[in-house]
Design a protein around this ligand. Sequence first.
Ligand SMILES: [Zn+2]
Length: 479
Amino acid sequence: MLMKKILFMLILLAMIMTLCIAESIEGLPLHVKKIGTDVIRIWAGDYISSTAVSAIATQKGIVVIDSTELPVLDQAFRKLIAKEFGRTDFIYLINTHGHADHTNGNSVYADCRIIAHESVPEMIKENFNQHTQQIDWITKDNQRQNDRIASGKLNPEEIKAARERLIINSLSLKFFQSAAKPQLPSQTFREKLILDCQDTTFELYQCGGTHTKSDSMIYVPQKKILFTGDMMADKWLSDTPGCLATFAIRSGSQEDYLVLVKNWQYLLKQKNNIDLYIPGHWNGELSASGFENRFNYLNTMLNEIKKMAAAGSELSKISETLALKSRFPQLENSPGISERGHQMSIHHLYQLFSGKISLAAALQKLFQAADFNAEFNTLQADLLKNKKNYFYDENEINNLGYFLLHQQKQISNAMMLFELNLKLHPNSWNAFDSLAEVWYVQGNHENALKFYQKSVELNPDNENGKKFIDQIKKELEKK
Ligand SMILES: [Zn+2]
Protein backbone atom coordinates (compact mmCIF):
# COMPACT_ATOMS: atom_id res chain seq x y z
CA MET A 1 0.00 0.00 0.00
CA LEU A 2 2.84 2.36 1.01
CA MET A 3 4.67 1.51 -2.20
CA LYS A 4 1.55 2.41 -4.23
CA LYS A 5 1.22 5.73 -2.36
CA ILE A 6 4.87 6.65 -3.04
CA LEU A 7 4.47 5.77 -6.69
CA PHE A 8 1.31 7.89 -6.91
CA MET A 9 3.13 10.84 -5.27
CA LEU A 10 6.05 10.48 -7.68
CA ILE A 11 3.74 10.48 -10.71
CA LEU A 12 1.93 13.55 -9.34
CA LEU A 13 5.26 15.34 -8.77
CA ALA A 14 6.39 14.51 -12.30
CA MET A 15 3.13 15.91 -13.68
CA ILE A 16 3.47 19.15 -11.71
CA MET A 17 7.10 19.58 -12.83
CA THR A 18 6.18 19.11 -16.49
CA LEU A 19 3.52 21.81 -16.17
CA CYS A 20 6.03 24.24 -14.61
CA ILE A 21 8.60 23.76 -17.36
CA ALA A 22 6.01 25.02 -19.87
CA GLU A 23 7.98 24.20 -22.96
CA SER A 24 4.95 24.37 -25.16
CA ILE A 25 1.52 25.92 -25.26
CA GLU A 26 -1.39 24.14 -26.96
CA GLY A 27 1.20 22.07 -28.83
CA LEU A 28 3.26 25.09 -29.97
CA PRO A 29 6.87 24.88 -28.75
CA LEU A 30 8.02 27.96 -26.82
CA HIS A 31 11.48 29.35 -27.54
CA VAL A 32 13.55 31.56 -25.28
CA LYS A 33 16.84 32.94 -26.56
CA LYS A 34 19.27 35.09 -24.61
CA ILE A 35 20.52 37.83 -26.95
CA GLY A 36 22.45 40.01 -24.47
CA THR A 37 23.02 40.66 -20.79
CA ASP A 38 19.52 40.71 -19.28
CA VAL A 39 17.95 40.63 -22.76
CA ILE A 40 15.86 37.72 -24.07
CA ARG A 41 13.84 37.04 -27.19
CA ILE A 42 10.86 34.71 -26.95
CA TRP A 43 8.46 33.19 -29.49
CA ALA A 44 6.13 30.27 -30.18
CA GLY A 45 6.27 27.76 -33.04
CA ASP A 46 8.86 26.43 -35.47
CA TYR A 47 7.33 27.17 -38.88
CA ILE A 48 4.87 30.06 -39.07
CA SER A 49 6.42 33.53 -39.04
CA SER A 50 5.29 34.55 -35.57
CA THR A 51 6.19 37.64 -33.58
CA ALA A 52 9.30 37.48 -31.42
CA VAL A 53 8.78 39.40 -28.21
CA SER A 54 11.87 40.87 -26.53
CA ALA A 55 12.29 41.59 -22.84
CA ILE A 56 14.98 43.60 -21.07
CA ALA A 57 15.53 43.59 -17.31
CA THR A 58 16.52 47.10 -16.11
CA GLN A 59 17.08 48.68 -12.70
CA LYS A 60 13.69 50.34 -12.98
CA GLY A 61 11.81 47.19 -13.99
CA ILE A 62 11.22 44.81 -16.91
CA VAL A 63 10.60 46.36 -20.33
CA VAL A 64 8.85 44.26 -23.00
CA ILE A 65 8.94 45.03 -26.71
CA ASP A 66 5.77 43.96 -28.57
CA SER A 67 2.93 41.68 -27.64
CA THR A 68 1.71 38.97 -30.05
CA GLU A 69 -1.51 38.29 -31.95
CA LEU A 70 -2.78 36.04 -29.15
CA PRO A 71 -3.13 37.15 -25.52
CA VAL A 72 -2.95 33.49 -24.47
CA LEU A 73 0.63 33.41 -25.82
CA ASP A 74 1.51 36.65 -24.07
CA GLN A 75 0.26 35.23 -20.77
CA ALA A 76 2.65 32.30 -21.20
CA PHE A 77 5.46 34.62 -22.37
CA ARG A 78 5.00 36.93 -19.38
CA LYS A 79 5.36 33.97 -17.01
CA LEU A 80 8.44 32.75 -18.85
CA ILE A 81 10.05 36.20 -18.79
CA ALA A 82 9.43 36.47 -15.05
CA LYS A 83 10.94 33.03 -14.56
CA GLU A 84 14.02 33.82 -16.69
CA PHE A 85 14.73 37.07 -14.86
CA GLY A 86 13.58 35.83 -11.45
CA ARG A 87 11.39 38.93 -10.94
CA THR A 88 7.93 40.23 -11.81
CA ASP A 89 8.31 44.03 -11.87
CA PHE A 90 7.08 44.68 -15.44
CA ILE A 91 6.93 48.45 -16.12
CA TYR A 92 6.71 49.19 -19.85
CA LEU A 93 5.39 47.52 -22.98
CA ILE A 94 6.51 49.14 -26.25
CA ASN A 95 4.68 48.35 -29.53
CA THR A 96 7.00 48.59 -32.58
CA HIS A 97 3.92 49.25 -34.77
CA GLY A 98 0.15 48.85 -34.86
CA HIS A 99 -0.30 45.48 -36.61
CA ALA A 100 -2.49 42.98 -34.75
CA ASP A 101 0.37 40.50 -34.34
CA HIS A 102 2.29 43.11 -32.31
CA THR A 103 -0.59 44.56 -30.25
CA ASN A 104 -3.43 42.04 -29.69
CA GLY A 105 -1.80 40.79 -26.49
CA ASN A 106 -1.46 44.31 -25.02
CA SER A 107 -4.18 43.50 -22.46
CA VAL A 108 -1.76 41.11 -20.73
CA TYR A 109 0.32 44.20 -19.84
CA ALA A 110 -2.61 46.43 -18.83
CA ASP A 111 -0.89 47.05 -15.47
CA CYS A 112 2.14 48.56 -17.28
CA ARG A 113 2.59 51.77 -19.21
CA ILE A 114 2.04 50.86 -22.89
CA ILE A 115 3.98 53.09 -25.26
CA ALA A 116 3.71 53.43 -29.06
CA HIS A 117 3.76 55.85 -31.95
CA GLU A 118 0.72 58.15 -32.14
CA SER A 119 -0.81 56.35 -35.13
CA VAL A 120 -0.91 52.97 -33.33
CA PRO A 121 -4.22 53.47 -31.41
CA GLU A 122 -6.23 53.97 -34.62
CA MET A 123 -4.65 50.88 -36.15
CA ILE A 124 -5.53 48.79 -33.10
CA LYS A 125 -9.16 49.92 -33.30
CA GLU A 126 -9.26 49.01 -36.99
CA ASN A 127 -7.81 45.55 -36.24
CA PHE A 128 -10.61 44.88 -33.78
CA ASN A 129 -13.22 46.05 -36.30
CA GLN A 130 -12.07 43.32 -38.68
CA HIS A 131 -12.67 40.33 -36.46
CA THR A 132 -15.73 39.16 -38.43
CA GLN A 133 -13.72 39.09 -41.69
CA GLN A 134 -10.87 37.35 -39.84
CA ILE A 135 -13.23 34.62 -38.59
CA ASP A 136 -14.33 34.08 -42.20
CA TRP A 137 -10.75 33.91 -43.43
CA ILE A 138 -9.71 31.44 -40.73
CA THR A 139 -12.68 29.17 -41.37
CA LYS A 140 -11.68 28.98 -45.04
CA ASP A 141 -7.99 28.55 -44.19
CA ASN A 142 -8.77 25.65 -41.82
CA GLN A 143 -10.51 23.90 -44.69
CA ARG A 144 -7.54 24.65 -46.98
CA GLN A 145 -4.95 23.34 -44.50
CA ASN A 146 -6.97 20.16 -43.79
CA ASP A 147 -7.36 19.55 -47.53
CA ARG A 148 -3.61 20.00 -48.03
CA ILE A 149 -2.82 17.51 -45.26
CA ALA A 150 -5.41 15.02 -46.58
CA SER A 151 -4.08 15.33 -50.14
CA GLY A 152 -1.05 13.19 -49.31
CA LYS A 153 1.10 15.53 -51.40
CA LEU A 154 2.87 17.31 -48.54
CA ASN A 155 6.28 16.32 -47.24
CA PRO A 156 6.67 15.77 -43.46
CA GLU A 157 7.94 19.34 -42.87
CA GLU A 158 5.03 20.84 -44.81
CA ILE A 159 2.61 18.74 -42.77
CA LYS A 160 4.13 20.06 -39.53
CA ALA A 161 3.83 23.63 -40.84
CA ALA A 162 0.18 23.09 -41.80
CA ARG A 163 -0.56 21.59 -38.36
CA GLU A 164 1.09 24.59 -36.68
CA ARG A 165 -1.11 26.91 -38.75
CA LEU A 166 -4.19 24.95 -37.62
CA ILE A 167 -3.25 25.36 -33.94
CA ILE A 168 -2.72 29.11 -34.39
CA ASN A 169 -6.00 29.34 -36.31
CA SER A 170 -7.94 27.63 -33.53
CA LEU A 171 -6.40 29.93 -30.88
CA SER A 172 -7.18 32.95 -33.08
CA LEU A 173 -10.80 31.85 -33.50
CA LYS A 174 -11.20 31.58 -29.73
CA PHE A 175 -9.73 35.09 -29.39
CA PHE A 176 -11.89 36.67 -32.12
CA GLN A 177 -15.03 35.08 -30.67
CA SER A 178 -14.24 36.16 -27.10
CA ALA A 179 -15.47 39.77 -27.54
CA ALA A 180 -12.11 41.01 -26.23
CA LYS A 181 -11.70 44.78 -25.97
CA PRO A 182 -8.75 46.60 -27.53
CA GLN A 183 -6.01 47.67 -25.11
CA LEU A 184 -4.68 50.95 -26.46
CA PRO A 185 -1.32 52.52 -25.60
CA SER A 186 -1.39 54.72 -22.52
CA GLN A 187 1.38 56.95 -23.87
CA THR A 188 2.07 57.91 -27.49
CA PHE A 189 4.78 59.96 -29.15
CA ARG A 190 5.38 61.55 -32.53
CA GLU A 191 9.05 61.86 -33.53
CA LYS A 192 11.14 60.63 -30.64
CA LEU A 193 10.83 59.51 -27.02
CA ILE A 194 13.52 58.70 -24.46
CA LEU A 195 12.71 56.32 -21.60
CA ASP A 196 15.13 56.41 -18.72
CA CYS A 197 15.30 53.12 -16.81
CA GLN A 198 18.34 54.07 -14.70
CA ASP A 199 20.98 51.62 -15.97
CA THR A 200 19.28 51.32 -19.37
CA THR A 201 17.88 53.86 -21.82
CA PHE A 202 15.31 53.22 -24.53
CA GLU A 203 15.38 55.65 -27.43
CA LEU A 204 12.20 55.38 -29.54
CA TYR A 205 12.32 56.83 -33.04
CA GLN A 206 9.38 57.29 -35.40
CA CYS A 207 10.25 55.47 -38.63
CA GLY A 208 6.84 55.39 -40.31
CA GLY A 209 6.37 55.25 -44.07
CA THR A 210 7.83 51.87 -44.99
CA HIS A 211 6.11 48.82 -43.44
CA THR A 212 3.34 50.95 -41.92
CA LYS A 213 2.76 54.56 -41.00
CA SER A 214 3.24 53.63 -37.34
CA ASP A 215 6.71 52.02 -37.29
CA SER A 216 9.23 52.82 -34.60
CA MET A 217 12.80 51.68 -34.13
CA ILE A 218 14.02 51.24 -30.57
CA TYR A 219 17.68 51.83 -29.77
CA VAL A 220 19.08 50.54 -26.48
CA PRO A 221 22.64 51.95 -26.32
CA GLN A 222 23.75 50.15 -23.14
CA LYS A 223 22.83 46.79 -24.73
CA LYS A 224 24.16 47.77 -28.20
CA ILE A 225 20.86 46.62 -29.74
CA LEU A 226 18.51 48.22 -32.25
CA PHE A 227 14.98 46.76 -32.54
CA THR A 228 13.64 47.36 -36.07
CA GLY A 229 10.10 45.92 -35.88
CA ASP A 230 8.78 44.56 -39.19
CA MET A 231 10.44 47.17 -41.39
CA MET A 232 13.12 44.88 -42.80
CA ALA A 233 15.27 41.74 -42.60
CA ASP A 234 17.99 40.64 -44.99
CA LYS A 235 18.00 36.97 -44.11
CA TRP A 236 14.95 34.73 -43.73
CA LEU A 237 15.17 31.60 -41.60
CA SER A 238 11.96 29.99 -42.86
CA ASP A 239 10.00 29.62 -46.10
CA THR A 240 7.23 31.96 -44.97
CA PRO A 241 8.77 35.34 -44.12
CA GLY A 242 5.36 36.82 -43.24
CA CYS A 243 5.46 40.53 -42.47
CA LEU A 244 9.19 40.69 -43.23
CA ALA A 245 8.56 39.83 -46.90
CA THR A 246 8.62 43.35 -48.28
CA PHE A 247 10.68 46.42 -47.80
CA ALA A 248 8.73 49.12 -49.62
CA ILE A 249 8.25 52.85 -49.23
CA ARG A 250 4.52 53.13 -49.59
CA SER A 251 2.74 54.13 -46.41
CA GLY A 252 4.01 57.61 -45.54
CA SER A 253 3.31 61.28 -46.19
CA GLN A 254 5.99 63.82 -47.11
CA GLU A 255 6.24 64.87 -43.44
CA ASP A 256 6.68 61.23 -42.33
CA TYR A 257 9.62 60.83 -44.70
CA LEU A 258 11.37 63.96 -43.38
CA VAL A 259 11.28 62.45 -39.88
CA LEU A 260 12.18 58.96 -41.11
CA VAL A 261 15.30 60.21 -42.91
CA LYS A 262 16.43 62.30 -39.94
CA ASN A 263 15.92 59.45 -37.45
CA TRP A 264 17.48 56.78 -39.66
CA GLN A 265 20.52 59.00 -40.30
CA TYR A 266 20.94 59.40 -36.56
CA LEU A 267 20.74 55.61 -36.03
CA LEU A 268 23.30 55.01 -38.80
CA LYS A 269 25.71 57.29 -36.95
CA GLN A 270 25.39 54.96 -33.93
CA LYS A 271 26.57 51.95 -35.92
CA ASN A 272 29.80 51.50 -33.95
CA ASN A 273 27.67 51.03 -30.87
CA ILE A 274 25.15 48.60 -32.42
CA ASP A 275 26.03 44.90 -32.38
CA LEU A 276 22.57 43.52 -33.02
CA TYR A 277 19.74 44.55 -35.34
CA ILE A 278 16.64 42.67 -34.18
CA PRO A 279 13.58 42.27 -36.48
CA GLY A 280 10.09 41.79 -35.04
CA HIS A 281 9.62 38.14 -36.08
CA TRP A 282 11.77 35.17 -35.04
CA ASN A 283 12.49 34.09 -38.62
CA GLY A 284 14.30 37.22 -39.78
CA GLU A 285 17.86 38.48 -39.35
CA LEU A 286 19.28 41.87 -40.23
CA SER A 287 22.90 42.88 -40.84
CA ALA A 288 24.49 46.31 -40.45
CA SER A 289 25.08 46.48 -44.20
CA GLY A 290 21.48 45.47 -44.95
CA PHE A 291 20.34 48.26 -42.63
CA GLU A 292 22.59 50.80 -44.36
CA ASN A 293 21.75 49.68 -47.92
CA ARG A 294 18.05 50.05 -47.24
CA PHE A 295 18.58 53.59 -45.99
CA ASN A 296 20.55 54.51 -49.11
CA TYR A 297 17.76 53.07 -51.24
CA LEU A 298 15.13 55.06 -49.38
CA ASN A 299 17.12 58.30 -49.52
CA THR A 300 17.93 57.99 -53.23
CA MET A 301 14.31 57.21 -54.08
CA LEU A 302 12.99 60.16 -52.07
CA ASN A 303 15.48 62.67 -53.48
CA GLU A 304 15.36 61.61 -57.11
CA ILE A 305 11.62 61.13 -57.43
CA LYS A 306 11.05 64.50 -55.79
CA LYS A 307 13.47 66.17 -58.23
CA MET A 308 12.13 64.40 -61.32
CA ALA A 309 8.46 64.96 -60.42
CA ALA A 310 9.17 68.68 -59.93
CA ALA A 311 10.81 68.77 -63.37
CA GLY A 312 7.64 67.23 -64.87
CA SER A 313 9.10 63.80 -65.68
CA GLU A 314 6.67 61.03 -66.59
CA LEU A 315 6.31 58.03 -64.30
CA SER A 316 7.72 55.68 -66.95
CA LYS A 317 10.87 57.81 -67.23
CA ILE A 318 11.30 57.73 -63.45
CA SER A 319 10.85 53.94 -63.34
CA GLU A 320 13.48 53.58 -66.04
CA THR A 321 15.95 55.90 -64.28
CA LEU A 322 15.50 54.12 -60.95
CA ALA A 323 15.58 50.53 -62.24
CA LEU A 324 16.38 48.15 -59.39
CA LYS A 325 19.06 46.26 -61.31
CA SER A 326 21.16 49.19 -62.47
CA ARG A 327 20.63 51.68 -59.65
CA PHE A 328 20.53 49.43 -56.60
CA PRO A 329 22.65 46.39 -57.52
CA GLN A 330 23.56 45.80 -53.84
CA LEU A 331 19.86 45.14 -53.14
CA GLU A 332 19.01 42.96 -56.11
CA ASN A 333 17.88 39.54 -54.84
CA SER A 334 18.17 40.74 -51.25
CA PRO A 335 15.34 39.33 -49.08
CA GLY A 336 12.41 41.72 -48.83
CA ILE A 337 13.36 43.69 -51.95
CA SER A 338 11.12 42.76 -54.86
CA GLU A 339 10.43 44.31 -58.25
CA ARG A 340 6.77 44.61 -57.29
CA GLY A 341 7.51 46.35 -53.99
CA HIS A 342 9.96 48.64 -55.81
CA GLN A 343 7.36 49.66 -58.40
CA MET A 344 4.76 50.24 -55.67
CA SER A 345 7.23 52.50 -53.87
CA ILE A 346 7.94 54.50 -57.04
CA HIS A 347 4.20 54.96 -57.59
CA HIS A 348 3.57 56.01 -54.01
CA LEU A 349 6.39 58.57 -54.01
CA TYR A 350 5.48 59.87 -57.47
CA GLN A 351 1.92 60.39 -56.27
CA LEU A 352 3.19 62.30 -53.21
CA PHE A 353 5.61 64.54 -55.06
CA SER A 354 3.67 65.15 -58.30
CA GLY A 355 0.32 65.73 -56.57
CA LYS A 356 -1.30 63.58 -59.29
CA ILE A 357 -3.86 60.82 -58.68
CA SER A 358 -2.83 57.22 -59.22
CA LEU A 359 -5.47 55.69 -61.50
CA ALA A 360 -4.58 52.19 -60.31
CA ALA A 361 -5.09 53.20 -56.66
CA ALA A 362 -8.39 54.94 -57.53
CA LEU A 363 -9.59 51.82 -59.39
CA GLN A 364 -8.59 49.54 -56.53
CA LYS A 365 -10.65 51.69 -54.15
CA LEU A 366 -13.68 51.02 -56.39
CA PHE A 367 -13.34 47.28 -55.75
CA GLN A 368 -15.02 47.88 -52.38
CA ALA A 369 -17.65 50.27 -53.79
CA ALA A 370 -21.33 49.50 -53.22
CA ASP A 371 -22.11 50.46 -56.83
CA PHE A 372 -19.07 49.69 -58.99
CA ASN A 373 -20.76 50.78 -62.22
CA ALA A 374 -21.80 54.23 -61.07
CA GLU A 375 -18.50 55.01 -59.35
CA PHE A 376 -16.50 53.71 -62.31
CA ASN A 377 -18.42 55.98 -64.69
CA THR A 378 -17.81 59.03 -62.48
CA LEU A 379 -14.10 58.23 -62.23
CA GLN A 380 -13.79 57.57 -65.97
CA ALA A 381 -15.57 60.81 -66.88
CA ASP A 382 -13.25 62.85 -64.66
CA LEU A 383 -10.18 61.02 -65.94
CA LEU A 384 -11.00 61.54 -69.61
CA LYS A 385 -11.74 65.23 -68.98
CA ASN A 386 -8.70 65.94 -66.75
CA LYS A 387 -6.07 63.50 -67.94
CA LYS A 388 -3.19 65.63 -66.67
CA ASN A 389 -4.40 65.20 -63.06
CA TYR A 390 -3.87 61.42 -63.25
CA PHE A 391 -1.02 59.03 -63.87
CA TYR A 392 -1.36 55.45 -65.01
CA ASP A 393 0.49 52.49 -66.37
CA GLU A 394 -0.92 50.22 -69.06
CA ASN A 395 0.25 46.97 -67.45
CA GLU A 396 -1.03 47.96 -64.06
CA ILE A 397 -4.58 48.57 -65.32
CA ASN A 398 -4.37 45.37 -67.35
CA ASN A 399 -3.36 43.40 -64.22
CA LEU A 400 -6.25 44.87 -62.24
CA GLY A 401 -8.61 43.78 -65.03
CA TYR A 402 -7.26 40.24 -64.81
CA PHE A 403 -7.62 40.29 -61.05
CA LEU A 404 -11.35 41.06 -61.47
CA LEU A 405 -11.72 38.53 -64.27
CA HIS A 406 -9.97 35.51 -62.72
CA GLN A 407 -9.84 36.04 -58.96
CA GLN A 408 -13.10 37.89 -58.44
CA LYS A 409 -15.02 36.40 -61.38
CA GLN A 410 -16.44 39.87 -62.13
CA ILE A 411 -16.51 39.63 -65.91
CA SER A 412 -18.40 42.83 -66.75
CA ASN A 413 -16.31 44.93 -64.32
CA ALA A 414 -13.15 43.47 -65.84
CA MET A 415 -14.48 44.38 -69.29
CA MET A 416 -14.93 48.02 -68.20
CA LEU A 417 -11.30 48.18 -67.03
CA PHE A 418 -9.97 46.64 -70.27
CA GLU A 419 -12.09 49.04 -72.34
CA LEU A 420 -10.78 51.99 -70.36
CA ASN A 421 -7.22 50.75 -70.90
CA LEU A 422 -7.86 50.67 -74.65
CA LYS A 423 -9.22 54.23 -74.56
CA LEU A 424 -6.00 55.34 -72.86
CA HIS A 425 -3.73 53.21 -75.09
CA PRO A 426 -5.56 52.91 -78.43
CA ASN A 427 -2.58 51.31 -80.20
CA SER A 428 -1.79 48.70 -77.60
CA TRP A 429 -1.84 45.13 -78.93
CA ASN A 430 -2.05 43.90 -75.34
CA ALA A 431 -5.16 45.97 -74.56
CA PHE A 432 -6.86 44.37 -77.61
CA ASP A 433 -5.64 40.93 -76.53
CA SER A 434 -7.12 41.30 -73.00
CA LEU A 435 -10.47 42.50 -74.36
CA ALA A 436 -10.51 39.57 -76.76
CA GLU A 437 -10.01 37.22 -73.82
CA VAL A 438 -12.88 38.69 -71.82
CA TRP A 439 -15.19 38.46 -74.88
CA TYR A 440 -14.13 34.85 -75.21
CA VAL A 441 -14.89 34.13 -71.54
CA GLN A 442 -18.30 35.71 -72.07
CA GLY A 443 -18.91 33.33 -74.97
CA ASN A 444 -18.98 36.03 -77.66
CA HIS A 445 -16.61 34.33 -80.13
CA GLU A 446 -17.24 36.79 -82.98
CA ASN A 447 -16.07 39.76 -80.92
CA ALA A 448 -13.21 37.74 -79.42
CA LEU A 449 -12.01 36.90 -82.95
CA LYS A 450 -12.23 40.55 -84.05
CA PHE A 451 -10.16 41.77 -81.10
CA TYR A 452 -7.56 38.99 -81.41
CA GLN A 453 -7.18 39.81 -85.11
CA LYS A 454 -6.62 43.48 -84.31
CA SER A 455 -4.10 42.54 -81.62
CA VAL A 456 -2.12 40.30 -83.99
CA GLU A 457 -2.23 43.03 -86.65
CA LEU A 458 -0.54 45.41 -84.18
CA ASN A 459 1.87 42.75 -82.94
CA PRO A 460 2.52 39.86 -85.35
CA ASP A 461 4.57 38.17 -82.60
CA ASN A 462 1.51 37.70 -80.39
CA GLU A 463 1.60 33.88 -80.42
CA ASN A 464 -1.18 33.54 -77.84
CA GLY A 465 -3.43 35.68 -80.09
CA LYS A 466 -2.66 33.55 -83.16
CA LYS A 467 -3.38 30.35 -81.23
CA PHE A 468 -6.78 31.69 -80.17
CA ILE A 469 -7.63 32.91 -83.68
CA ASP A 470 -7.15 29.34 -85.00
CA GLN A 471 -9.10 27.84 -82.14
CA ILE A 472 -12.01 30.30 -82.41
CA LYS A 473 -12.23 29.86 -86.20
CA LYS A 474 -12.54 26.09 -85.71
CA GLU A 475 -15.18 26.56 -83.03
CA LEU A 476 -17.16 28.95 -85.25
CA GLU A 477 -17.02 26.47 -88.17
CA LYS A 478 -18.54 23.77 -85.97
CA LYS A 479 -21.55 25.98 -85.19
ZN1 LIG B 1 3.80 44.07 -39.18
